[in-house]
Every structure is written in C-alpha cells, then in structure tokens.
Design a protein around this ligand. Structure first.
Ligand SMILES: CCCCCCCCCCCCCCCC(=O)SCCNC(=O)CCNC(=O)[C@H](O)C(C)(C)COP(=O)(O)OP(=O)(O)OC[C@H]1O[C@@H](n2cnc3c(N)ncnc32)[C@H](O)[C@@H]1OP(=O)(O)O
Length: 199
C-alpha cells in the first residue's frame, strides 16, 4: 500500500484521484492495444476527418471532464494499461451514435478466459450513456436490458455501437449492439432508458 494524495492505495492496481495529476487522455492508443483495436481506431480517425465523427477524450475523473465535480471513474481505475477497460469512443452527432472500440483486459475475467457479464453491462451503459449525454446533456440510467448471445474472449477487440432511438420529454431510449471487431459475431444487444436531469 502507498499513500498518495492523502489516500491509501494498492500500489499497482488503483489509479489515484489527485487534482494535480497530469491530465491524460486514456482514449489514445497505448502499447497494450492489439492490432484490431488500432486498425478500428485508425478507421474512425479517418472517418473523423470530414467532421462526421468526433473522437471523445477519456479522462480518469469526471473532474477532468467537467471542472470541479467528481472523484475517480470506475472504467479508468487501474494503474496499468491493458488490464481492465481499454477503450476509446467516437460520436456521430447527425446519426446520434456513440461507438466504443473496446478491448477487455485480464482483470475483467468472469468465466475462465472470458469477460464477466457485468463488465459487458458496464461498457454498454457507458457507451449508450455517453451517447445520450452528448445528444441531450446530463442523464441517469433508469433501465438497462441486455441479451448475451456469445461469450467475449478476454483480449479481443469489440465494436460497441449505440444509438439514441427516441426522445420523449425527459426519457431517452437507446439501443446498443456489441459485435466482434469485424462484425462477424454478435456478442450482445441491449436497450436502455436514460432520464434527463430535472433542472
Ligand atoms: C459535455 C459533457 C462531457 C462529459 C463526458 C463524460 C462522459 C461520461 C459518460 C457518462 C455515461 C454515463 C453512464 C453511466 C450512467 C450511470 O451509471 S447512472 C447510475 C445508475 N443509475 C441510477 O443510479 C439511477 C437511479 N434512479 C434515479 O436516480 C431516478 O429513478 C431517475 C432515473 C433519475 C428518475 O427519477 P426522476 O428524475 O425523479 O424521474 P421520474 O419523475 O421518476 O421519471 C421521469 C419519467 O421517466 C419514467 N421512468 C423513470 N424511471 C423509469 C424506469 N426505470 N423505467 C421506465 N420509466 C421510468 C417515469 O415514468 C417518468 O415518465 P413520464 O411520467 O414523464 O412519462
């Protein structure tokens, strides 16, 4: 255990939340990204050149996204790259689509060699939730339904594709599919209801 920023932390596992910590964008490639993840990332960077898609920066605290609030983010809480949620997101405003390129690391294991269903739910919630945020502003998840079709091998590259289908008052209905990077395997599909902040 080490003490950093006044908190006790496990030396290798937990990312500290420290206001003075250098602002890092975790949605950029690092050495742990496999070839398929890099290829997909480059494809979406190319699509972003005409402005239709936009890469979404990813920090390890909400405070880095929105000044002054928030602690440490669940998806960015490990010290080492590649062990947990390795991902980046791209948003298409016209299509109301948020996609996430996701590589589940070894600490997300559920069944031996495969990702835990809860981490699949997390990446769906985060992708569709971020899509709802970028489309409508602040939201909370009210409902999330997932059908798991095929187990997700750890270390593979996944294409998470979410879409805001309908907005009714404060209710934002979204759908989401998780496929293999090449679109051959449909691993899971989901529908979600987000509720816009009441202010
Ligand atoms: C520029 C920015 C950069 C930022 C860049 C960072 C990106 C960052 C990405 C973040 C991505 C987040 C993704 C994770 C998001 C979580 O993880 S959120 C955490 C998990 N969710 C929760 O904890 C929510 C707990 N529940 C609640 O707090 C409240 O129930 C809710 C959801 C806020 C709703 O409460 P409320 O505001 O009092 O709303 P209420 O009046 O009850 O209902 C409003 C309407 O919704 C309906 N409704 C409410 N709940 C339900 C339900 N479960 N089923 C069906 N209908 C419902 C009601 O019937 C009502 O309908 P109408 O009468 O209007 O027709």
């Amino acid at each position: 255990m080490i003490r950093r920023c006044g908190r006790l932390l496990h030396k290798t596992k937990v990312r500290s939340h420290c206001p003075t910590e250098e602002l890092r964008d975790f949605g950029l490639p690092n050495a742990t990204w496999n070839k398929n993840l890099k290829d997909l990332y480059n494809k979406f960077l190319e699509l972003s050149k005409n402005g239709s898609w936009k890469r979404i920066p990813s920090h390890n605290t909400i405070a880095h996204h929105l000044q002054g609030i928030g602690k440490r983010m669940f998806l960015r809480n490990l010290d080492s790259d590649g062990l947990g949620f390795e991902y980046c997101m791209f948003y298409n405003k016209d299509e109301r689509r948020m996609v996430c390129l996701f590589q589940p690391g070894p600490y997300l294991e559920g069944p031996p060699g495969y990702a835990h269903g809860g981490c699949i739910a997390t990446i769906i919630d985060s992708t569709a939730g971020a899509g709802a945020v970028y489309t409508c502003g602040s939201v909370m998840t009210a409902n999330l339904n997932i059908t798991y079709f095929k187990p997700v091998p750890l270390g593979c590259t996944l294409f998470v594709d979410s879409h805001v289908d309908k907005i009714e008052g404060r209710k934002v209905y979204s759908s989401c599919h998780i496929q293999s990077y090449d679109g051959v395997i449909l691993h899971a599909e989901a529908s979600a209801l987000f509720i816009k902040a009441n202010h």
